[in-house]
Design a protein around this ligand. Structure first.
Ligand SMILES: NC(=O)c1ccc[n+]([C@@H]2O[C@H](COP(=O)([O-])OP(=O)(O)OC[C@H]3O[C@@H](n4cnc5c(N)ncnc54)[C@H](O)[C@@H]3O)[C@@H](O)[C@H]2O)c1
Length: 371
């Protein structure tokens, strides 16, 4: 019988639980003949009850409170690192040295020095390492990347990206590890890391950066009385502490292919549970993705026949569902400006009404876990 691959997850908080669940689902998702059985070996978290709960909930053999126990366990082969950012490097180095494969959460590191050292880790080791840039796996994001790579948009002229969240809008929210360095690293690395990775996935390497603005909107937050999980509410003290990293960041770039880019990310953007979105424009086409509608992307190119509406100056772009057939289709003839990409495509007017409905809702906590 094939030897099982034993996996462990270090960190049982918001994202740690996604990893715990991901490993549990792995053998059901991938149709790979030689994929060995996965043994759910251990969950580690400094918060013992949280580790116990996650291990029980996701079916792992044991819960431990120290990550070193995972390093020292010869029966564990693959490990997810899902703790605060300053622990990524020491834990990754110890695991790779112990011969374990590592999937480390983003941002890989809080400093260039740590990032470079971690990128070098794999060089002399016989293990596989990776970073949790999950959005690349989204079919809509991948389809837009394919369009750009295939040249469907012609030479790219502009990439405009944003990742706006509202998880830090409440000034009464606890001063969790995210809000102070070196454990946390602000909106730029926390959510911006995803957007930067996507920009390079779609439009190639960034060659230079200029015009950065980093701002803090809520400078003091109440200290937590105990553990805080993710962006969740937690009991807080009357004492406050200083927020030492940015709530919002904006900057511009030049890509190696010569195109321009603008980026904005914020964790204090009201009404945006998980607002990752980008538009990419070329001389012969354009494409857009908005994570608030994750199963589709918008695509328009110069090969599409112009409809009466288009010739009047308004271009009726398609909204494509991300089925394999749809991702490669050209826009067929449109009837009175209504996209007919597939029976399940959604007209832009539906997008607008969804946005209007969202705007009319009262303030609420983000329902979707974000970075
Ligand atoms: N890829 C994504 O979409 C995504 C989403 C969210 C978070 N993340 C990343 O995941 C990491 C964790 O974020 P989170 O939101 O889950 O944080 P979290 O605060 O919810 O969880 C972190 C956990 O680490 C535990 N911990 C702290 N010190 C420890 C130690 N020395 N040993 C063992 N456990 C320890 C804490 O008790 C806590 O339960 C961060 O790097 C974050 O950037 C990625």
């Amino acid at each position: 019988m094939t030897t099982p691959l034993s996996v462990a997850v270090i960190g049982a908080g918001m994202a740690g639980r996604s990893h715990a669940n991901g490993w549990r689902m792995a053998t059901t998702m991938f149709d790979v003949e030689d994929l060995p059985p996965v043994r759910l070996a251990a969950v580690a978290d400094a918060n013992g009850p949280l580790a116990d709960d996650a291990a029980k909930r996701y079916g792992y053999d044991k819960a431990v409170t120290s990550w070193e126990e995972i390093v020292d366990d010869p029966d564990i082969h693959v490990v997810s690192i899902v703790v605060g950012n300053d622990l990524h490097r020491p834990i990754a180095e110890a695991l790779v040295k112990a011969g374990k494969h590592v999937l480390c959460e983003k941002p890989l590191a809080g400093t260039l020095e740590d990032g470079k050292a971690m990128a070098d880790l794999e060089q002399d080791a016989s293990v596989v390492t990776g970073v949790g840039f999950t959005y690349r796996r989204n079919p809509a994001m991948a389809a837009v990347s394919q369009h750009v790579t295939a040249g469907d948009l012609g030479p790219v002229t502009l990439f405009q990206g944003r990742y706006n969240c509202d998880y830090a809008c409440d000034p009464g929210g606890a001063l969790a590890w995210r809000y102070t360095g070196p454990k946390g690293s602000g909106a730029l690395a926390d959510i911006g890391a995803h957007l930067i990775d996507l920009a390079e996935f779609v439009n190639g390497p960034i060659a230079s950066v200029a015009g950065g603005q980093l701002t803090i909107s809520i400078a003091q937050r109440p200290k937590p009385l105990g553990f805080v999980v993710g962006h969740g509410a937690a009991p807080v003290s009357d004492e406050t502490g200083e927020v030492t990293n940015e709530d919002t960041a904006a900057w511009t770039v030049r890509f190696a292919n010569g195109s321009s880019g603008t980026f904005a990310v914020s964790r204090t953007a009201f009404g945006m549970p998980n607002g990752l979105a980008f538009d990419v424009y070329g001389l012969q086409g354009r494409a857009s993705v908005d994570w608030h509608r994750p199963a589709e992307y918008l695509y328009d190119d110069a090969l599409a026949p112009r409809s009466p509406a288009a010739s009047a100056g308004s271009s009726p772009a398609r909204t494509c569902p991300t089925s394999p057939a749809a991702t490669r289709c050209r826009r067929p003839a449109t009837v009175a400006g209504t996209p007919r990409c597939s029976p399940t495509s959604v007209a832009p007017s539906s997008t607008r009404s969804a946005v209007s409905r969202a705007r009319s809702r009262p303030t609420r906590p983000s329902p979707t876990p974000t970075a």
